[in-house]
Design a binder for this molecule. Structure first.
Ligand code: HEM
Length: 464
């Protein structure tokens, strides 16, 4: 017999058919194409089938998304692929009671100017090193590969501080993390990689153990520092810097009483969340600028005005680079690095004319929302001026959601923006970018919005 939930779900427009929906997604050429087609055919609220979510509803209208803005639950099944990386709980699907204090600690560091300033010099040095290497290299540069590695190095420095300060140790951490991720993503996407599942699994387990012990060492060093009579305590008593001053993630988590396993999980999850997302955001921005050289020239002019002869900005310079920021924002509209989000409804939820039944999955089609022609005229056109204060003023807040929305939105948004603006400033001040001849860039939806065969560019110096 049909339950009330089945009836309200069936009343939502959507396709009819059997199976888990995978065949339809594949036939449409991927989830994004499928969703755009669904919304074009059935309107802004669509019921559809998705492997792992028996009752899924996609909402592409930013005004209707408001009804979902307080939901604090993610669907377990869609995120269970991350559970093996976590010791305490799956941080992506923590209950709201546990998630709220955890989010508060994360934001106290990630969103704060203090932590951005504390790490900015090292971020700039890592970026300039990469640019020096690029300047010496002959052939085209695979942007996504290099920029993901740079993001990972930056987040290692940020999350582990002194634990990753020698280049050798940072290199070991980066490759251990890659081993963990390669294995995890290979399982998720059934990728054809060298070695057997068991060999990759063993390597990933060893790498995971190494990463966890590295976090433990950093944590132990903090605890030593915090003991009465330690050098840093003496300094603090003399009015010098104190531990956990809002610039150090591990210190803040420890000071908030988070247990060691949760701290280890948080560092790993932060590295995971920060790694490819920031790198691909920068790469898609450079890709769009290569197709719009006049916009790239205007960014370079803004950089010359503010930086003069300096190769990299200071933290305080970022707020003087509004055009660069608009270019980044417009690029993340057209190529959102994290193209989807998901929530689970705990009680029946009214959205526009429909009722989404308790237990259903709400799907945020971030990419389709960013291309909704009602709020973004000529949505496929790259036009950074969409993000001037005047043009942004009339737009609903959820028309632009590259970092998701509500209590489960990205805690790294402020840090990601700082990193991306810094890296773009260094690179666009120094180089002109041109797509390698014959190279075609095809977006593929993985954990992030990737390019099938990377984005390969030739570089020429801007500053002789
Ligand atoms: C351009 C770069 C980035 C983009 C586009 C991005 C985007 C996103 C998106 C779409 C989500 C899911 C939000 C939702 O479900 O509503 C998310 C979650 C998250 N992101 Fe980011 N992210 C970026 C960089 C970062 C960085 C640098 C960090 C940390 C240093 C970070 C930490 C996180 C965390 C911890 C979550 C899980 C949120 C939660 O469950 O409370 N992200 N991000």
């Amino acid at each position: 017999m049909e339950s009330g939930g089945d009836a309200t779900f069936a009343a939502i427009p959507g396709p009819v058919g059997a199976g888990d929906g995978l065949a339809d997604i594949v036939a449409a050429g991927g989830l994004h194409n499928y969703q755009r087609k669904l919304h074009a055919d059935y309107g802004p609220v669509v019921r559809f089938r998705l492997p792992g979510a028996e009752k899924a509803v996609s909402i592409a209208d930013p005004v209707l998304l408001e009804a979902t803005a307080k939901i604090d639950k993610r669907p377990e099944k869609l995120f269970e692929f991350l559970a093996p990386l976590q010791e305490s709980d799956n941080l992506q699907t923590l209950s709201a009671e546990q998630h709220t204090p955890w989010r508060r600690v994360l934001l106290s560091v990630l969103a704060g100017r203090r932590s951005h300033e504390a790490h900015f010099g090292q971020f700039a040095a890592l970026t300039c090193d990469m640019a020096d290497r690029w300047a010496k290299s002959d052939g085209p540069i695979a942007l996504q590969q290099h920029l993901s590695e740079l993001s990972l190095r930056m987040i290692c420095d940020y999350a582990l501080g002194a634990g990753a300060d020698s280049p050798e140790q940072a290199g070991r951490i980066v490759s251990a993390f890659e081993d963990v991720l390669t294995d995890q993503l290979a399982r998720l996407y059934h990728a054809d990689l060298p070695g057997t599942d068991a060999e990759r699994g063993d390597r990933a387990q060893r790498a995971l153990a190494f990463l966890r012990s590295t976090v433990d060492e950093v944590l132990a060093a903090h605890q030593d520092d915090a003991r009465p009579g330690s050098a840093s305590q003496d300094t603090a008593q003399q009015g010098g810097p104190r531990q956990s001053d809002g610039s150090d993630l591990i210190a803040a988590l420890a000071a908030a009483g988070q247990p060691p396993a949760r701290i280890r999980d948080t560092v790993l999850m932060t590295m995971l969340a920060a790694h490819h997302t920031t790198g691909v955001a920068i790469s898609w921005t450079l890709y769009l600028l290569a197709q719009h050289p006049a916009v790239a020239d205007r960014v370079a002019d803004e950089l010359t005005d503010i930086l003069g002869d300096r190769p990299a900005p200071e933290y305080a310079d970022l707020k003087c680079l509004p055009y660069l920021k608009m270019v980044l924002e417009e690029s993340m509209r057209l190529y959102p690095p994290g193209p989807y989000g998901a929530r689970e409804v705990s009680e029946d939820l009214r959205v526009g004319d429909y009722t989404i039944p308790a237990g259903a999955t709400i799907f945020y089609p971030i990419w389709a929302v960013h291309l909704n022609p009602e709020y973004w005229p000529q949505p496929e056109v790259f036009r950074p001026e969409r993000f001037t204060a005047a043009e942004s003023a009339g737009r609903p807040r959820f028309a632009y959601i590259p970092f998701g929305l509500g209590p489960r939105s990205c805690e790294g948004v402020a840090l990601a923006m700082v990193e991306a603006q810094l890296v773009l400033a260094v690179l666009l001040r120094r180089f002109r970018f041109e797509l390698a001849p014959g190279h075609s860039v095809v977006p593929v939806e993985r954990f992030v919005l990737w390019a099938a065969d990377d984005i390969r560019m030739n570089l020429t110096p801007r500053v002789p």
